[in-house]
Design a protein around this ligand. Structure first.
Ligand code: NAD
Length: 499
C-alpha cells in the first residue's frame, strides 16, 4: 500500500528507495475530482529535503543493483514492468480519470499501450553500442563507451500522466539511468502506482522514485546538483524557467512543450474523413493534449460546407461522466483550466472574432460541480487574434479559410509553436511538399493524433527540444566516452600532439 486512510480520502506518500515515505515537513495538498469538484485524496507537499532523499536513493541504486545489472537483464525488467502495468490498466485508468477527468476508455488504452513502450525500450537496452574509430595511427585502438548520465529528473504534466511518465522513463532507464519523478500536482497518484508496480516487477528499490508536490518540488529537482538531466513535459513557460535554472548549473534538458497545431484541409481531400480528424484533433480529451489541432485552415471553396458540418457535430458531442462509455467529452481537469478556456474565448471575441458554437461552461445534470466547457468553434479571426497564437489546452477550435498553398503554409507556420500539423489532401505531391515546408516535429497526412513508441516525437520552435520515442530518445540519456589505447611500445616525440 502506498496510501493511508483519512477522513477525506486516501493519503498518498512519496515513493523513495522502495519505501512509502512521509514528507519531512508534514505538509500535504488536496486533490480534486474535476467531474464533481470534490476533494478525493491528499498528497505530500515535498520540500527540498524530500527531493534530496529521493535523489540520494536514485544515486545509490545507480551505484548498486541497477548499475551492476547487464543491459539484457535491465531490459527484461522494463518488459516485466510493462506487463504489470497492462495487467493493472483498468485500475490505473480509473485513477487517471478520477484525477484529470479524461475518458476512462482513453486512459485505459493509454495504460495498455504503455506496455508496448516498455517492451520496445526494454529491447533497446542491450543494443546500446559504442564504436571503434579508424585512426591514422594504426597501433592505437580508439573506441567509444556509451554510459548513462546518472540520475534523471522527470517532470510531467497532468493530461496523460501514465503515458507521458513512461515515454520519458522508458528510454532513460533503458540507457541505465535511475529516475526521480515529480508528477503534476493535479495527477500525482498514478506515478506512485507505477513505481509500486515497478517494484513488483523486480526493478530494484531506488531506481524509480516519486516525489509529489507543486512547482517548488520541481524546482528543487531541477536545482539538485546530483541530477544530471531534466526530462520535462509541460507548458512552454515552465519549460523556459526550467531550462534557465538547469542551464545555470550546466545540466541538460529535454523539453516537450505546448503547441498551436494547424489542421489544413484542401478541397481535393476526403472531406468527411477530414472533418472527423479535425473534430477528434481538438475535442478528444476536451482539447487537453499538446497535439490538439487547435487551428483549422479550410480551402475557401469548401469552407461553408465544412463549417456547417463541424458545428453540427460539435454541438452533438455528449458531455458527461468520463467513466461512462456513452460520454464523448469529459470536464476540464482543473478549475483554472476551465477559467482559462472561458477567458481565452472572451479575449478572442473582444479582438473581433465570432462564435460559431459553444463558448461557455456546460451544465451536466447530476454533475453540477464539474468543470465542463462546451465544444467551441470560433471563426472570422484576424491574423493577430490570440486564439491563433496562444495555447488554450481546451476544446476551442479557431477556423480560417485559405485560397492557395503558399498562403496556408505561411499561416500554418505563423506561430511560435511547432509541435504538429495535419494535412488533408489526395494530392501526394502537395502532401509531401507541405510535409517538408511545415515547421513542426510531426506532420500527419490524412490522419491526426497518431503516435508510436518507435517514431520520434517532439517539437520545433517553442514546442521543445529533443525527442521522445524511437531509438534517438535513448541517445539523449547517454554520454559518450572516447577511450584511446596505445598498443605499440615505440617511443614517440613527447612535444608533438599524438594523432
Ligand atoms: P505545467 O508546465 O504547468 O506543469 C508541468 C509540470 O511542471 C508539473 O509537474 C508542474 O508542477 C511542474 N512545474 C511547473 N513549473 C515549474 C518550474 N518552474 N520548475 C519546475 N517544475 C515546474 O503544465 P501543465 O499545465 O501540467 O500541462 C499542460 C502543458 O503541458 C501544456 O502546455 C501542454 O501542451 C504541455 N504538454 C506537452 C506535451 C509534449 O509532449 N510536448 C505533452 C503533454 C502536455
Amino acid at each position: 500500500m502506498n496510501q493511508l486512510a483519512s477522513t477525506d480520502g486516501p493519503v498518498y506518500l512519496n515513493h523513495i528507495g522502495g519505501a512509502n515515505v512521509p514528507g519531512q515537513q508534514a505538509r500535504q495538498f488536496q486533490a480534486t475530482n474535476p467531474t464533481t469538484g470534490k476533494h478525493w485524496g491528499r498528497f505530500v507537499e515535498s520540500c527540498a529535503a524530500d527531493v534530496d532523499a529521493a535523489v540520494r536513493a536514485a544515486s545509490q541504486a545507480l551505484e548498486g543493483p541497477w548499475g551492476q545489472l547487464s543491459p539484457t537483464r535491465r531490459g527484461r525488467m522494463l518488459m516485466a514492468w510493462g506487463e504489470k502495468i497492462a495487467a493493472n490498466a483498468e485500475t490505473i485508468a480509473r485513477l487517471e480519470s478520477l484525477q484529470n477527468g479524461k475518458l476512462l476508455s482513453e486512459m485505459t488504452a493509454q495504460a495498455r499501450v504503455a506496455c508496448d513502450w516498455l517492451y520496445y525500450f526494454g529491447g533497446l537496452a542491450d543494443k546500446v553500442e559504442g564504436r571503434v574509430i579508424p585512426l591514422e595511427r594504426r597501433s592505437v585502438l580508439n573506441y567509444t563507451l556509451r554510459e548513462p548520465l546518472g540520475v534523471v529528473g522527470i517532470i510531467v504534466p497532468w493530461n496523460s500522466p501514465t503515458f507521458l511518465t513512461i515515454m520519458s522513463c522508458a528510454p532513460a532507464l533503458a540507457a541505465g539511468n535511475t529516475v526521480v519523478i515529480k508528477p503534476s500536482e493535479v495527477t500525482s497518484a498514478s506515478a506512485i502506482e507505477l513505481a509500486r508496480l515497478a517494484q513488483e516487477a523486480g526493478i530494484p528499490p531506488g531506481v524509480i522514485n516519486v516525489v509529489t508536490g507543486a512547482r517548488q518540488a520541481g524546482e528543487a529537482l531541477v536545482d539538485h546538483p546530483d541530477v544530471a538531466k531534466i526530462s520535462f513535459t509541460g507548458s512552454d513557460g515552465a519549460g523556459r524557467a526550467i531550462a534557465a535554472r538547469a542551464g545555470a548549473r550546466l545540466a541538460s534538458c529535454t523539453l516537450e512543450l505546448g503547441g498551436k497545431s494547424p489542421n489544413i484541409l484542401f478541397d481535393d481531400a476526403a472531406v468527411d474523413n477530414a472533418v472527423v480528424g479535425i473534430l477528434s484533433g481538438i475535442f478528444a480529451a476536451a482539447g487537453q493534449t499538446c497535439i490538439a489541432g487547435s487551428r483549422a485552415y479550410v480551402h475557401e471553396s469548401i469552407y461553408d460546407e465544412v463549417l456547417d458540418k463541424l458545428a453540427a457535430r460539435a454541438k452533438a458531442i455528449r458531455l458527461g461522466d468520463p467513466l461512462s462509455p456513452q460520454t464523448q467529452m469529459g470536464p476540464a481537469a482543473t478549475a483554472a483550466q476551465l477559467a482559462k478556456n472561458e477567458s481565452m474565448v472572451a479575449k478572442s471575441l473582444t479582438a473581433g472574432a465570432s462564435l460559431l458554437c459553444g463558448g461557455k461552461r456546460a451544465n451536466v445534470p447530476g454533475l453540477e460541480g464539474g468543470y465542463f466547457f462546451e465544444p467551441t468553434i470560433v471563426h472570422q479571426l484576424a491574423s493577430d487574434n490570440p486564439l491563433l497564437h496562444e495555447e488554450v489546452f481546451g476544446p476551442v477550435l479557431a477556423i480560417t479559410p485559405f485560397s492557395d498553398d503558399e498562403q496556408v503554409i505561411a499561416m500554418a507556420n505563423g506561430t511560435r509553436f511547432g509541435l504538429a500539423a495535419g494535412v488533408w489532401t489526395r494530392d501526394f505531391r502537395r502532401a509531401h511538399t507541405l510535409a517538408r515546408r511545415l515547421q513542426a516535429g510531426t506532420v500527419w497526412i490524412n490522419t491526426y493524433r497518431a503516435l508510436a513508441f518507435n517514431s520520434p516525437f517532439g517539437g520545433y520552435k517553442d514546442s521543445g527540444q529533443g525527442r521522445v520515442n524511437g531509438m534517438e530518445s535513448v541517445d539523449q540519456f547517454l554520454k559518450t566516452k572516447s577511450v584511446w589505447c596505445e598498443t605499440s611500445e615505440e617511443i614517440q616525440d613527447p612535444f608533438v600532439i599524438k594523432v
